[in-house]
Design a protein around this ligand. Structure first.
Ligand SMILES: [Zn+2]
Length: 120
Protein backbone atom coordinates (compact mmCIF):
# COMPACT_ATOMS: atom_id res chain seq x y z
CA UNK A 1 0.00 0.00 0.00
CA UNK A 2 2.70 2.42 0.95
CA UNK A 3 4.91 3.64 -1.85
CA UNK A 4 7.65 4.75 0.50
CA UNK A 5 10.74 2.66 0.35
CA UNK A 6 12.38 2.93 3.74
CA UNK A 7 16.09 3.75 3.76
CA UNK A 8 16.56 2.24 0.33
CA UNK A 9 18.07 4.60 -2.26
CA UNK A 10 17.63 7.48 0.13
CA UNK A 11 20.29 10.14 -0.40
CA UNK A 12 23.06 10.16 2.11
CA UNK A 13 24.17 13.46 3.46
CA UNK A 14 27.60 14.59 4.57
CA UNK A 15 28.42 17.82 6.30
CA UNK A 16 31.86 19.35 6.08
CA UNK A 17 33.26 19.86 9.58
CA UNK A 18 34.87 23.14 8.60
CA UNK A 19 32.50 25.08 6.32
CA UNK A 20 29.34 23.09 7.12
CA UNK A 21 28.54 22.64 3.48
CA UNK A 22 26.43 19.58 2.95
CA UNK A 23 26.78 17.14 0.13
CA UNK A 24 24.10 14.64 -0.74
CA UNK A 25 24.68 11.49 -2.65
CA UNK A 26 22.38 8.64 -3.25
CA UNK A 27 23.39 5.48 -1.55
CA UNK A 28 25.13 3.10 -3.79
CA UNK A 29 27.92 5.56 -4.34
CA UNK A 30 29.96 2.87 -2.67
CA UNK A 31 32.24 5.28 -0.89
CA UNK A 32 32.29 6.41 2.67
CA UNK A 33 32.51 10.04 1.59
CA UNK A 34 31.59 12.07 -1.49
CA UNK A 35 34.22 12.35 -4.23
CA UNK A 36 37.13 14.55 -3.19
CA UNK A 37 36.07 14.61 0.44
CA UNK A 38 38.17 13.08 3.17
CA UNK A 39 37.38 11.61 6.50
CA UNK A 40 39.69 12.51 9.34
CA UNK A 41 39.13 11.53 12.95
CA UNK A 42 35.49 10.88 12.20
CA UNK A 43 35.01 14.29 10.61
CA UNK A 44 34.45 15.00 6.95
CA UNK A 45 36.05 17.76 4.94
CA UNK A 46 35.15 19.03 1.49
CA UNK A 47 37.76 19.72 -1.15
CA UNK A 48 37.80 23.48 -0.53
CA UNK A 49 38.45 22.94 3.17
CA UNK A 50 41.06 20.27 2.52
CA UNK A 51 42.94 22.86 0.54
CA UNK A 52 42.49 25.54 3.21
CA UNK A 53 43.67 23.15 5.89
CA UNK A 54 46.77 22.34 3.85
CA UNK A 55 47.48 26.08 3.65
CA UNK A 56 46.90 26.55 7.38
CA UNK A 57 49.22 23.66 8.15
CA UNK A 58 51.96 25.10 5.93
CA UNK A 59 51.67 28.50 7.58
CA UNK A 60 51.69 26.94 11.00
CA UNK A 61 54.79 24.95 10.16
CA UNK A 62 56.55 28.07 8.96
CA UNK A 63 55.84 29.85 12.24
CA UNK A 64 56.34 33.59 12.31
CA UNK A 65 56.33 34.80 8.72
CA UNK A 66 55.74 38.10 6.96
CA UNK A 67 52.58 38.76 5.00
CA UNK A 68 54.48 38.40 1.74
CA UNK A 69 55.93 35.06 2.78
CA UNK A 70 52.52 33.98 3.91
CA UNK A 71 51.13 34.62 0.44
CA UNK A 72 53.95 32.59 -1.06
CA UNK A 73 53.33 29.80 1.42
CA UNK A 74 49.67 29.79 0.53
CA UNK A 75 50.27 29.31 -3.15
CA UNK A 76 52.99 26.71 -2.72
CA UNK A 77 50.83 24.82 -0.22
CA UNK A 78 48.00 24.67 -2.74
CA UNK A 79 50.36 23.45 -5.46
CA UNK A 80 51.67 20.77 -3.08
CA UNK A 81 48.17 19.82 -2.14
CA UNK A 82 47.13 19.43 -5.76
CA UNK A 83 50.28 17.45 -6.55
CA UNK A 84 49.46 15.11 -3.68
CA UNK A 85 45.82 14.83 -4.54
CA UNK A 86 46.41 13.64 -8.04
CA UNK A 87 50.04 13.57 -9.18
CA UNK A 88 49.14 12.03 -12.51
CA UNK A 89 47.64 15.18 -13.90
CA UNK A 90 49.62 17.36 -16.28
CA UNK A 91 51.39 20.42 -14.95
CA UNK A 92 48.86 22.55 -16.78
CA UNK A 93 45.94 20.84 -15.06
CA UNK A 94 47.55 21.13 -11.65
CA UNK A 95 48.42 24.78 -12.26
CA UNK A 96 44.81 25.46 -13.16
CA UNK A 97 43.46 23.64 -10.10
CA UNK A 98 45.91 25.42 -7.82
CA UNK A 99 45.56 28.74 -9.63
CA UNK A 100 49.31 28.82 -9.99
CA UNK A 101 51.68 29.17 -12.90
CA UNK A 102 52.92 26.12 -14.74
CA UNK A 103 56.48 27.02 -13.82
CA UNK A 104 55.51 27.06 -10.13
CA UNK A 105 54.05 23.58 -10.50
CA UNK A 106 57.09 22.35 -12.37
CA UNK A 107 59.39 23.71 -9.68
CA UNK A 108 57.29 22.25 -6.86
CA UNK A 109 57.29 18.88 -8.57
CA UNK A 110 61.03 18.96 -9.01
CA UNK A 111 61.57 20.00 -5.40
CA UNK A 112 59.47 17.20 -4.04
CA UNK A 113 61.26 14.34 -2.37
CA UNK A 114 61.38 11.25 -4.50
CA UNK A 115 58.46 9.03 -3.75
CA UNK A 116 57.86 5.41 -4.54
CA UNK A 117 56.05 5.00 -7.83
CA UNK A 118 52.30 4.85 -7.61
CA UNK A 119 50.92 1.40 -8.04
CA UNK A 120 48.40 1.11 -10.83
ZN1 LIG B 1 34.22 22.51 3.68
Amino acid sequence: MSTASPSKSRPKEWTCARCEMTSRWTEGLGAEAPPNWVRENGLFYCLVCRRERAIDAAIERAGDVTTADRAKLRSSAVVDFELDRNPDRTEGEIAKAARASISAVRKARKDRPARPPVRR
